[in-house]
Design a protein. Structure first.
Length: 141
């Protein structure tokens, strides 16, 4: 998975890069087919309010699906943690949709059991001679 970090109105430190790298394995675990993980960090300077605020937007492009999360906080580390929690929850929900939630989680069918010479089905294949004699003795309509 390719990781892209871009910043606007601030610089991304090597400490932030390491911080992101420590948390990427969890994202890789949940988004196994992901091709790209994009992180956009933006600083908004509010002159009247409490001062600067950082926004972090996370995007994952995975096999035709796009997962997105964003968060605002006083610093980029807190904003990243908030956005990552949202993103991981969305990835968890998506992977949970693909699971079988009822029954015995996929009882083997006849085609799977027949691959082992009918041993589990307790059925023996019919000889060609026996099959011909059965078909000859069958009443005609």
């Amino acid at each position: 998975m390719e990781i892209k970090i871009s910043a606007r109105n601030l610089t991304v430190s090597s400490r932030f890069n390491e911080y992101v790298a420590d948390r990427v394995p969890k994202v890789k675990q949940l988004a196994q087919g992901a091709k790209e993980f994009s992180i956009k960090v933006t600083r908004h300077d509010h002159t009247r309010g409490a001062g600067p605020e950082d926004e972090v937007e996370l995007l994952i492009f995975s096999g035709g699906s796009v997962f997105r999360a964003e968060a605002h906080a006083a610093d980029k580390f807190a904003a990243f943690d908030l956005a990552l929690a949202k993103l991981l929850e969305r990835l968890r929900r998506d992977s949970d949709k693909r699971k079988i939630h009822h029954g015995k989680h996929g009882v083997p069918g006849a085609s799977e059991l027949s691959a082992t010479d009918f041993a589990a089905l307790d059925i023996e294949p019919v000889d060609a001679e026996v099959l011909e004699s059965l078909l000859q003795n069958q009443p005609k309509n």
